[in-house]
Structures are given as structure tokens and as C-alpha cells.
Design a protein around this ligand. Structure first.
Ligand SMILES: NC(=O)c1ccc[n+]([C@@H]2O[C@H](COP(=O)([O-])OP(=O)(O)OC[C@H]3O[C@@H](n4cnc5c(N)ncnc54)[C@H](O)[C@@H]3O)[C@@H](O)[C@H]2O)c1
Length: 453
């Protein structure tokens, strides 16, 4: 296994330094962008050889003509070695679509860098905690990006992605996020109608991601703490953001889309009742958040991962004249309507749209939008973990929360304890508290005369 370590560049202050380095690399990279836009063949590569990565790679390759799979990368060699023969035998990749050779299969901490070097478009489907770093590496190298959701797990990562998105605009590079509902014809039409007033004024939003438990990889004695965390990444907040960020981000994105805004603030609760064993890392198993959008409109957001419980994945928009169900393409009320045409698979369509935009020289850039959406989910988690009401403005502009370890290397990697509302701090390292909780006033003893009454 390649054990070369890398350090956490997100821990250095962002802003001017990042902008300066962006400007410095601008000139050299424009020619490569032009080549990718003008070429008939678009070489793609995968970082993160897991379930969604496999699906994204195949969907991307079959979405448009002239797309060739060129390189594969994963932190772990066994993951790349396991995927390579499967892809090679896949019907969807027949003909000249699969061009990977063993020399273009990469593992270790620098796998993303090596994949990026070899392709025009990189698909980032590794754990979200790494995504801000890999997005930056790709854009700095002048490559287009497809980034699975979420793109960050903390405010420092969100700001890093926003800087990267600006760099991508300057360099004419695409960033498309794996929020496929944005490419689902029925949802697009429903939201358009909502914006056009089909349900009147938005009065309430409801969103749910209520499911069962997911997978677990039994640790091997030779795995270090860091290796176990990266293989069981879902259960560590620094890698997944917790399930409110990793899964429920889809519905938060729909809410921001419908409201054409990010929330103003939120308050929330939650905990872990079923996944209490330390093997489940430090994430929770349920959250309930109330987001407040501009104009005081509330959105209720519930998510849970527990077996034997009710399942619901849905988004509902309640207006003064009707109710909209964007995921189902349906509106009830005064202007009742439903989407009757066939809906092309949005998980293929998102890649077709991305590639068409690159070839047209008008690259889609979802970077800022998906960073803000990721922040929406992160804000909900921060509010629930700490028990505090938090404003979006403070979260995205000022919170210094940065969960990425200072060094990425195999070995020990102690993580935060399971969060406890009222105990887990909102601010760290001498940061100013935006809204310190008021200390409880001790009860005044009643006056003797009053007490006699
Ligand atoms: N859009 C959707 O509907 C959808 C659906 C499922 C998953 N996803 C997203 O896709 C991403 C991957 O999820 P998944 O279900 O495929 O997970 P997975 O565990 O199946 O795959 C993740 C892979 O990343 C690898 N990895 C870990 N650290 C890495 C690193 N530093 N560099 C490269 N690879 C690394 C792991 O070894 C693993 O092979 C997540 O962000 C998830 O939220 C999106």
C-alpha cells in the first residue's frame, strides 16, 4: 500500500492565498481546457471505486458519444483491483469505451492527483471529507469535475469549494454536482411551476430521509485507526459529515432550489439510540431540524437510519394555493397538475448535460450552489450536535470548524467523541461565540410575606 502522507491545506487560512495561487496557474491552464473542449474524445477517470463511483462512471461513459474511461483511483489498492476486471467485462463499456490499463490504476494518498493528471474530466466519488481537496487539485490542474454530493462536511471545506468554484469560472472549467434531481425533467418542471406561482406563496416545507442502516466493513487486525475510518468512512463525521449531510443533502438542495435562497438559521435535535456501539464511529442515527427561510417560512427536516422503522424519502412544498411534490412531478390544489411524459434517468442525464456543456464551451458550474447546499446540511448537524440556534451567515462566513485531520497518513487518528447537545462546543480555539447562551439566573428566594400568602 502506498503510505505516503499528505497534509491538510484546508487548515491554512483561505482567501487571498488561494486566490493568488489561482491567478498564478490561470495562464498555463487555459490551453488544456481549450483542448478538452475541442477534442472528439473526452477522457474520464474515477476517484473512489465504490458503489456510486461505479454507477457514475458507467452512466457518464454511456451518456454521450466519444467518452472513454481512462484511469481509476482509490485510497485502497484492493478496491481498484476489484473494480478493474468488473468494468472490463461490462456490457455498457463495450467497444472503445474502456481504455484503462493496469498502469493507469492508482492507489494511496495521491491517487486523485494521478488520476487527474491522466484525464480531461474527473469523477469524484470518494468520501465527502476529501472532496474539497480533490476538487481543488482537479481545477488547479485544469480539469473538469463531476463531484458527488455533498462537497464538504464543515464550513472550512465549504469555503474552500467556493474558492475553487471561482477558480473554475476564471478557467472555463465545469463543476457538476451529483444532485441528480436538478436534471430530473419532472422535478425541473415542478419547481419551475412553483416559481411561476402554481402553489401561491410558499408557507411550509417538509423533507424526509428516513431509512434503515447501511453497510459495515469488519475491521482487520492489520488496519490502523485511520485505515478503519477511511474504509468505514460513513460512521465518522470528518469523512461523511454524518448522514444528515451525506444523504439528506438531496432534500436540502431541493428546498434551497424551491425557495431560491439558503436558510436564514436553524435549530435542531437528534442523537444516537440504536447505533450505540463504538464500532459505529461518532455519527448519530437521527436528526430533526427546523430551518427558517427568508420571510420566516419554516422547513421541517427529519432523517433517521434505523432498521425496523418507517421509511420515507420525500420533499413537500406547501403553498397558499396548493401543494407541490417535486420528486414525483405533481401539484395539487387550484392549479393541480402532474408530469405525464417519460422521465429520462436523471443519473445519466446529469452526465449528458455536463459533457454537452463542456463541448459547447459553456461549462456548467454548480460549485457555489452545491457548496451552499452542503453548508445547509452541515448547519443542521452543527445546530443539533451543539443544541444551539445557528445563523447560516455565521456558519458559512465565520465558523472555523475544520474536521480534516492535520495529516493524512495511516496510523492513529483520534476523533471527537459522539456529540452531546449543550456540551459539544459551537466554537473552538478562542473563536468568538456569535450568540453566547445566557447563563441561567438563580431563583430569587421568595420574600417571607409573599411566601405566607
Ligand atoms: N447522488 C446519489 O444519489 C448518490 C448515491 C450514493 C452515494 N452518493 C455519494 O457518492 C459518494 C461515494 O459513496 P459510495 O456509496 O460509492 O461509497 P463507497 O464506500 O461504496 O465508495 C467510496 C470509495 O472511496 C474510497 N476512498 C476512501 N478514501 C479515499 C480517498 N482518499 N481517495 C480515493 N478514494 C477513497 C473507498 O475505499 C471506497 O472504495 C458519497 O459522497 C455519497 O454521498 C451519491
Amino acid at each position: 500500500m502506498n503510505s505516503s502522507a499528505s497534509t491538510n491545506p484546508i487548515s491554512s487560512p483561505l482567501g487571498s492565498a488561494a486566490a493568488a495561487s489561482a491567478a498564478a496557474i490561470l495562464a498555463g491552464s487555459l490551453s488544456r481546457v481549450a483542448h478538452a473542449a475541442g477534442s472528439d474524445i473526452l477522457k474520464i477517470g474515477l476517484v473512489g471505486c465504490g458503489g456510486r463511483g461505479t454507477a457514475d462512471l458507467v452512466n457518464c461513459a454511456k451518456s454521450s458519444p466519444g467518452v472513454q474511461v481512462w484511469a481509476l483511483g482509490d485510497l485502497f489498492k484492493d478496491r481498484v483491483d476489484g473494480l478493474y476486471p468488473r468494468l472490463k467485462a461490462m456490457k455498457d463499456l463495450e467497444g472503445d469505451r474502456f481504455q484503462v490499463t493496469p498502469e493507469r490504476c492508482f492507489s494511496g494518498w495521491d491517487n486523485a492527483k494521478k488520476v487527474i493528471e491522466n484525464v480531461d474530466l474527473v469523477l469524484l466519488t470518494e468520501p465527502p471529507g476529501f472532496r474539497p481537496l480533490h476538487m481543488r487539485e482537479a481545477i488547479q490542474a485544469g480539469k473538469h469535475v463531476f463531484a458527488e454530493k455533498p462537497v464538504a462536511v464543515d464550513p472550512a471545506g465549504v469555503r474552500h469549494v467556493i474558492e475553487t468554484a471561482k477558480m473554475a469560472v476564471e478557467k472555463g472549467l465545469a463543476i457538476v454536482a451529483g444532485t441528480q434531481t436538478r436534471h430530473q425533467a419532472s422535478a425541473v418542471e415542478t419547481i419551475k411551476r412553483v416559481h411561476d406561482g402554481a402553489i401561491g406563496d410558499l408557507r411550509l416545507g417538509q423533507c424526509y430521509f428516513l431509512t434503515g442502516e447501511l453497510w459495515y466493513h469488519q475491521p482487520k487486525p492489520e488496519w490502523s485507526e485511520m485505515e478503519n475510518q477511511c474504509r468505514n468512512w460513513y460512521y465518522y463525521t470528518w469523512l461523511s459529515g454524518d448522514h444528515i449531510v451525506e444523504q439528506h443533502v438531496h432534500q436540502h438542495d431541493l428546498m434551497n432550489w424551491a425557495f431560491q435562497a439558503t436558510p436564514v438559521k436553524c435549530v435542531g435535535t437528534g442523537g444516537r439510540q440504536t447505533r450505540t456501539d463504538p464500532k459505529w464511529g461518532n455519527i448519530w442515527d437521527h436528526f430533526a431540524i427546523e430551518y427558517e427561510y427568508p420571510g420566516g417560512v419554516r422547513v421541517i427536516s427529519l432523517c433517521r437510519q434505523a432498521n425496523g422503522t418507517a421509511q420515507r424519502v420525500d420533499t413537500v412544498l406547501v403553498g397558499s394555493k396548493g401543494v407541490a411534490f417535486p420528486a414525483n412531478g405533481k401539484i395539487t390544489g387550484e392549479k393541480a397538475w402532474s408530469y405525464e411524459k417519460e422521465v429520462p434517468d436523471p443519473s445519466v442525464q446529469e452526465h449528458a448535460d455536463l459533457i454537452a456543456s463542456i463541448r459547447a464551451g459553456k461549462p456548467i458550474n454548480d460549485g457555489r450552489r452545491i457548496a451552499e447546499t452542503s453548508m445547509t446540511s452541515v448547519l443542521g448537524r452543527m445546530a443539533a450536535y451543539t443544541g444551539r440556534e445557528i445563523s447560516f451567515k455565521w456558519g458559512i462566513e465565520s465558523s472555523k470548524l475544520n474536521l480534516l485531520p492535520p495529516k493524512l497518513e495511516f496510523g492513529p487518528n483520534p476523533v471527537d467523541p459522539v456529540a452531546m447537545p449543550g456540551v459539544t462546543p459551537l466554537v473552538r480555539d478562542g473563536e468568538a461565540d456569535p450568540n453566547p447562551p445566557r447563563p441561567r439566573q438563580p431563583k430569587q428566594p421568595k420574600k417571607a410575606a409573599e411566601a405566607k400568602k
